[in-house]
Every structure is written in structure tokens, then in C-alpha cells.
Design a protein around this ligand. Structure first.
Ligand SMILES: Cc1cc2nc3c(=O)[nH]c(=O)nc-3n(C[C@H](O)[C@H](O)[C@H](O)COP(=O)(O)O)c2cc1C
Length: 280
């Protein structure tokens, strides 16, 4: 079993101490291959906001030669991923945010189904809940089954370590259990809606030059009978609600792509979609 810990802090500090304890606890439970990926030690340039990755493909990212693809491969090879960061200014440190920005195309083209994720945040006093909830949002959107959040306070309070170890042990058990169970979860209403809405959008756009469309088509996700990213029955109620929403949104997508969808996207990329000149 391979576990990858993605470390989002700018130093090897309390976060490292906590992660090393979690690694120790995991290894007591099961043989795991444990790897650390310190974002501070890799070469990951800042996202430039061009949106090429969304529309043209991640290979068209203008940043070029950095460690993005190597990092992707590390995640792809792992059975489980731990997203870890300290709370900085009530959120993740810039390193971690840039990591998510650079991999934003995965929100459009999720690919980590069958993998387990957990989120860990060490904080002084507050902010960690929002951060682990953010890890949940990102990981779930990328396809992971997100199973657990661990938030720890590192302020020097007597007896703090004992409480922390108790929580770390619990996290270890939950993570190992999830890694050994069925890794494809029953989808939430939100993710069924997200799947169906995007499916309708791509089917109406039908733009063979668009990276998302090509990916969705290649995955077989645009097939009429496809209910979700993988074979699972979402349930009648969720499907019905998502179907209803689609009926409402279909005319909007049709208007959006009334012309040539490629022209619509190109205009958007060139910052020509908005024009306030004639609006008083
Ligand atoms: C620049 C900076 C900003 C911080 N902002 C917060 C914050 O918003 N909330 C909080 O609870 N702790 C905050 N802290 C405290 C750290 O989250 C806490 O000490 C953490 O355990 C440090 O982890 P590290 O040793 O792995 O870097 C901040 C620390 C730094 C250096």
C-alpha cells in the first residue's frame, strides 16, 4: 500500500512532527510505503491564470518545465494521499494554494477515483476546520474518497501531546480501514448534479477541440446511459433531482453555445467575454 503525504508548509516544523507520528502509527497497523512530498522542495511555478489547461489541455500550460507532471505521477501511483498544511492567515500557506491552482484542470477532468484521501491541519488557535474542509472539497472534486479530517492545536499547553496522540491514532485507524475497504463511494447529491450538469454542457457544446470534452468523451462519460464517473447506482431521488436541474439548465447551455462553442471559449480566453462599455 502506497501513501503519499503532501506537505504544504514552508518549513519542516510542527507539521512534520505530527506527520511522522501519523506515519509511525500507520506502520504499526499495516505495512505501508510512506512517501513525503514537501512542496517547499519541489519546483512548482505560480499559475498564470491563462486557463489554457482547462480549454486546450494541461500540456498547453505556458509554465513549461517544472515538476508539475512528476508530482501528478506521484499522486497517480499512491493508494492514499494525505493533504497536510499548517494554518497561515486562516488558510493554507501559499505553497499549497499554488499547488491546487496548478492542478485546477483536475476539477474539470477528475482522475483519482479509487484512491483515499485525508486532510490534516495544524494550527495555533483557529482556521484548521476551514482548511480541512477545503481539503475535502478539493480531494472529492478530484475523484478521491475523502474519509477523515484531523485538526490539531500546536500551542504550548500542558498535556497537549497526549490529546494529539489520541487523535492521531484515531486518524491512522480510519485511514487504514478506508484503504482496505471499497474505495468507490456512493456519490452525494452534489456530485451527481455536478456530473450530470457537466455531461449536458459537454454534449451540447460538442466541441472536439476542447480538452474537457475530449477527456469526457474518452472516458465514456458522455454516453447516454452513463449515470456517474464510475459504475454505481446514484439512487432514484438524486438522479431525479439532477435530471430536473438539467432540464432547467439545458436552454441556458444551448444559448451559451448557440454559435460555435470554440469561438465562445476563445473569446473567453482572450478576455473578450465581458464588455461594460455600453452599460450605464
Ligand atoms: C505566517 C503565519 C501565519 C499563521 N496564521 C495562523 C492562523 O491564521 N491561525 C492559527 O491558528 N495559527 C496560525 N499560525 C500558527 C501556525 O499555524 C502553527 O504554529 C503551526 O503549528 C505551524 O506549523 P509548522 O511548524 O509546521 O509551520 C500562523 C503561523 C505563521 C508563521
Amino acid at each position: 500500500m502506497k501513501v503519499l503525504a503532501i506537505m504544504g508548509g514552508p518549513r519542516k516544523g510542527y507539521g512534520t512532527m505530527i506527520m511522522e507520528k501519523l506515519e509511525y502509527e500507520l506502520k504499526l497497523l499495516q505495512e505501508v510505503e510512506f512517501e513525503y512530498l514537501y512542496l517547499k522542495d519541489v519546483h512548482l511555478e505560480s499559475c498564470r491564470g491563462c486557463s489554457n489547461c482547462f480549454f486546450k489541455g494541461e500540456d498547453k500550460c505556458p509554465v513549461g518545465n517544472d515538476d508539475r507532471d512528476e508530482i501528478f505521477n506521484k499522486i497517480a501511483q499512491a493508494d492514499g494521499v494525505i493533504f497536510m498544511a499548517p494554518a497561515y492567515a486562516f488558510h493554507v500557506p501559499a505553497l499549497m494554494k499554488n499547488f491546487f491552482d496548478r492542478f485546477s484542470y483536475i476539477f474539470h477532468r477528475p482522475c483519482f477515483f479509487g484512491k483515499i484521501a485525508i486532510g490534516v491541519c495544524n494550527q495555533g488557535i483557529s482556521g484548521a476546520k476551514k482548511i480541512t474542509s477545503y481539503f475535502n472539497d478539493v480531494a472529492s472534486s478530484w475523484g478521491f474518497k475523502f474519509v477523515h479530517r484531523l485538526e490539531l492545536r500546536t500551542m504550548p499547553v500542558e498535556g497537549a501531546e497526549k490529546k494529539m496522540v489520541k487523535k492521531i491514532k484515531k486518524t491512522g485507524k480510519k485511514f487504514i480501514k478506508a484503504l482496505n475497504e471499497q474505495r468507490y463511494q456512493k456519490p452525494s447529491l452534489g456530485s451527481v448534479i455536478a456530473f450530470k450538469v457537466r455531461k449536458v454542457q459537454h454534449n451540447i457544446g460538442n466541441d472536439e477541440t476542447n480538452a474537457d470534452y475530449k477527456y469526457w468523451l474518452a472516458q465514456g462519460w458522455l454516453d447516454e446511459d452513463k449515470q456517474y464517473y464510475y459504475d454505481v447506482r446514484p439512487g432514484i431521488i438524486k438522479s431525479a433531482i439532477a435530471g430536473l436541474l438539467n432540464l432547467i439548465l439545458k436552454p441556458k447551455f444551448k444559448t451559451m453555445f448557440a454559435g460555435n462553442p470554440k469561438e465562445v471559449y476563445d473569446k473567453y480566453l482572450k478576455l473578450e467575454s465581458l464588455n461594460f462599455e455600453n452599460i450605464t
